[in-house]
Design a protein around this ligand. Structure first.
Ligand code: PMV
Length: 331
């Protein structure tokens, strides 16, 4: 069981932008949580995501004469022998080297990540982002945000067949992001937010959850489309409530979104237990975050003192780990 780490939100480090090739270079990114809009975003509705400064990943790229290698908690060995789980990471390396005109450069890539994998908090996109940044810095290239995004998406397409792109943006963001209608933009925040991410300990199954919603939509289009519309409308409401600093209203919208997502078949008893425990402990709102069917719950609380109380209740209710993060009000 992990002790909750309470850290104020901070700005993730910008991509390294050296002016000359280096022999060693690093890249960083953070995890992310979807505040609202998951699944509906797959059907063109908006979503709001936020970076999780408490969960960071660093990639360190070193030039090597031999074949490229990866060193991580999951696997250490040659790039051409990575297990399936690391294929997206391998893709991030090769796609970046190819795009920057160094397809044959030998790279030793070390990954140090605090982000739990397969929990809906952006591990795959964050690792890809850190890798893209480290490899680009190693060869002395400065990538634009769009170029970074395109390379991360190449890795994300290996991880999840048709990623919406939300994660690729959120793991590099400095604050909450609105994502919809082809627009990605910062969201106004009227009052600081204190949030807990609580891990069920059950691996999330995003790909199956997305496929499950698609299947339900084929068999029951009216019901599923109504839920997707409602989630879209709740995301619009959440944006207004965030800007107004109405945390009670925002919490109520989050809990309603959790119920709708359960109705779409992407819930899980372990998630429901955490949402119920958070509600009993006085949380303003709670919902699953990310693909669902396991993974993490996101809980809005009044402040950091309240977060400590609620996190204790969540762990007593079976959370495998909790992380607390804050979102600053925008000027
Ligand atoms: O489980 P995650 O963190 O990869 O989030 C998936 C979010 C979905 O809306 C379900 C899918 C997507 O591609 O946006």
């Amino acid at each position: 069981m992990t002790t909750p780490s309470v850290r104020p939100a901070r700005r993730p480090d910008a991509a390294a932008t050296p002016t000359a090739p280096a022999s060693v270079a690093t890249g960083r990114a953070t995890g992310k949580a979807i505040l609202i809009g998951e699944h509906a975003v797959v059907y063109g509705r908006p979503a709001i995501a936020l970076p999780l400064a408490a969960l960071a990943v660093q990639a360190t790229a070193t030039r090597t004469e031999g074949p490229s290698r990866i060193r991580s908690a999951l696997f250490s060995g040659r790039l051409d022998a990575v297990p399936a789980r690391l294929l997206p990471t391998a893709k991030a390396i090769t796609a970046t080297l190819d795009a920057l005109g160094h397809p044959h450069l030998g790279v030793d890539l070390q990954i140090q990540s605090e982000i739990p994998a397969e929990r809906g908090v952006g591990s795959s996109a964050a690792v890809a982002a850190a890798v893209v940044r480290a490899v680009a810095a190693l060869v002395g290239a400065t990538l634009s945000g769009d170029e970074e995004h395109a390379l991360i998406q190449q890795a994300e397409r290996v991880a999840h067949t048709a990623p919406s792109g939300l994660d690729s943006h959120a793991v590099r963001a400095r604050g909450p992001l609105w994502f919809g209608n082809g627009v990605v933009e910062p969201v106004a925040v009227g009052r600081p937010l204190s949030l807990i991410v609580a891990d069920t300990g059950v691996a999330g199954r995003t790909r199956e959850a997305v496929a499950g919603v698609a299947e339900r939509r084929r068999t029951d289009p009216a019901v599923v489309d109504a839920a997707i519309d409602r989630l879209g409308a709740l995301t619009d409401d959440a944006r207004t409530l965030l800007a107004a600093g109405d945390l009670d209203g925002l919490g109520a919208v989050m809990t309603r979104a959790h119920e709708l997502l359960g109705g779409l078949g992407v819930g899980d008893p372990a998630l429901d237990r955490l949402v119920a425990a958070a509600t009993r402990a006085g949380a303003l709102g709670a919902k699953l975050t990310g693909g669902g069917r396991g993974g993490c719950a996101l809980i809005l609380v009044r402040d950091l003192d309240h977060a400590a109380d609620v996190a204790g209740s969540l762990r007593a209710a079976g959370a495998a780990a909790t992380w607390t993060t804050t979102v600053e009000a925008t000027p």
